[in-house]
Design a protein around this ligand. Structure first.
Ligand SMILES: C[S@@+](CC[C@H](N)C(=O)[O-])C[C@H]1O[C@@H](n2cnc3c(N)ncnc32)[C@H](O)[C@@H]1O
Length: 251
């Protein structure tokens, strides 16, 4: 019975972004300055990508748009895209609607409130040119992430691109632990200075979730999983601590 419950939970979406951590999500820029840099990298990567087939407007699916930090970079990266961004946190999407009002009005973007897997399951095979994401997949439970990756592969057109700028744990456990301890020190410094013990608690609790056995997304196994699903050219393009840019194509 407990095994059955574990199997179910491993494949479920979670709601980790609510309350102060979502309402004051801009704090991430203080505790993880690399995140904003990674969003720019995801935007540039998509901007510089040449599809291997003729296409007038690229259909992009963004997984976990949050408040729209990476969406903004994707929109800035190239003109010839239409983005559908999915997120399951109403508090994050409320900010995205404001931050991305111009693109919404220009009909360059559609926001979808749903969990990533449920939304992917509604999309036809080979209907998307690019799937892009930043700092969302590491939040997923292993079984759920596996199914999301399989669905990303299914919805991509042959030749389509998957790019993910995310928190990929360092494969060397000792090095990863050292990195995490430094991160925790940074959280204390930032939130003590702001006198925000409430946010310190929330972000530490969140980090425990990211680091837990059911969630932790280590780089090497993550790349192997993508290859096993059928992605080609699975590559690490950039790494700064746990922040990594991974790209792959569907053959
Ligand atoms: C750390 S934030 C990153 C937001 C944004 N991509 C960025 O670069 O700032 C992760 C986002 O993924 C969303 N998320 C987490 N699990 C999800 C799921 N199962 N389905 C859809 N969105 C999810 C959260 O609500 C949150 O907005």
């Amino acid at each position: 019975m407990s095994h059955y419950k574990t199997m179910i939970s491993q494949h479920s979406a979670e709601h980790l972004f609510q309350g102060p951590i979502a309402e004051e999500y801009q704090m991430l820029a203080l505790i993880c300055p690399s995140a904003a840099e990674m969003s720019r990298r995801v935007g540039s990567f998509v901007g510089e990508w040449t599809p291997p087939y003729p296409v007038e407007q690229l259909q992009v699916l963004e997984i976990g748009c949050g408040t729209g930090v990476t969406t903004t970079c994707l929109l800035a990266g190239r003109e010839d895209i239409f983005i559908e961004s999915v997120d399951n946190a109403p508090a994050m999407l409320a900010q995205a609607r404001q931050n991305l009002a111009e693109a919404l009005a220009a009909e360059r973007l559609r926001l979808v409130e749903n969990d990533a897997l449920s939304h992917l399951l509604t999309l036809p095979d080979a209907s998307v040119d690019i799937v892009a994401s930043a700092y969302s997949l590491h939040n997923f439970l292993h079984g759920y992430r596996q199914r999301v990756l399989e669905q990303i592969w299914r919805v991509l057109k042959p030749g389509g691109l998957f790019v993910n700028g995310d928190r990929y744990a360092i494969d060397d456990a000792a090095e990863h632990l050292k990195n995490t301890q430094q991160e925790v020190g940074g959280y204390f410094r930032v939130f003590n200075e702001l006198n925000r013990p409430d946010l310190l608690e929330q972000w530490i609790v969140h980090l425990f979730s990211d680091e837990s056995e059911e969630h932790i997304m280590r780089l090497r196994p993550a790349l192997e999983t993508m290859t096993a699903i059928g992605f080609q050219n699975v590559k690490l393009h950039f790494r700064d601590g746990v922040n990594a840019l991974v790209g792959a194509v569907k053959p």
